[in-house]
Design a binder for this molecule. Sequence first.
Ligand SMILES: NC(=O)c1ccc[n+]([C@@H]2O[C@H](COP(=O)([O-])OP(=O)(O)OC[C@H]3O[C@@H](n4cnc5c(N)ncnc54)[C@H](OP(=O)(O)O)[C@@H]3O)[C@@H](O)[C@H]2O)c1
Length: 165
Amino acid sequence: MTRFVAIAAVGRHGELGLKGDMPWGHSLKKDLKFFKEQTMGHSVIMGRRTWDPFPRPLPGRENIVITRRPFQHPGVTCYTSIEEALADLEKREPDQTVYVIGGGSIYAALVDQCDELVLTEIESDFDADTWFPEFDRNAYERTVLGSQEENGFSYSHVRYVRKPE
Ligand SMILES: NC(=O)c1ccc[n+]([C@@H]2O[C@H](COP(=O)([O-])OP(=O)(O)OC[C@H]3O[C@@H](n4cnc5c(N)ncnc54)[C@H](OP(=O)(O)O)[C@@H]3O)[C@@H](O)[C@H]2O)c1
């Protein structure tokens, strides 16, 4: 069975993106390292707009892009709908973990499928045009993995694991 884990960095109000980038730009290098460590060796699934600025696929991970447009890129698996991606992923080897890496539309489509959310919760407000979807916080056990300061931002890595029904 495929296990879905959403991983995102969010501002105090769930801010995710602004004008195709993250509202805080690339100022959180240690967080990018954390993202790499968490996702390495697994599949990552993303929307086309999140893919757009990537210079190349994320190394060491199967890169899956969802787009309705014609799309071909070496090293990238493409699906034209979420349903097609889910159906195909379910057919694969057991016990695989797929990290849902954004952006807003893909988190919104898949958050209910996620057994786990790994959020970088930044203690700041940002201008944004994309937000992480609302989710039922009571349905998850929340664990703070660690907190740090970087470039004037305070943030925590937080794991939400869905409670058994
Ligand atoms: N803070 C974070 O951790 C984080 C993580 C990731 C992204 N972001 C930010 O989030 C923003 C991007 O998010 P977004 O919501 O605008 O875009 P997105 O989710 O990255 O991509 C949207 C695109 O994905 C495709 N798509 C989405 N749902 C689909 C479906 N059901 N069937 C087929 N294709 C589908 C469409 O591509 P086509 O138009 O090609 O058909 C759509 O335009 C950026 O600002 C980015 O920096 C932040």
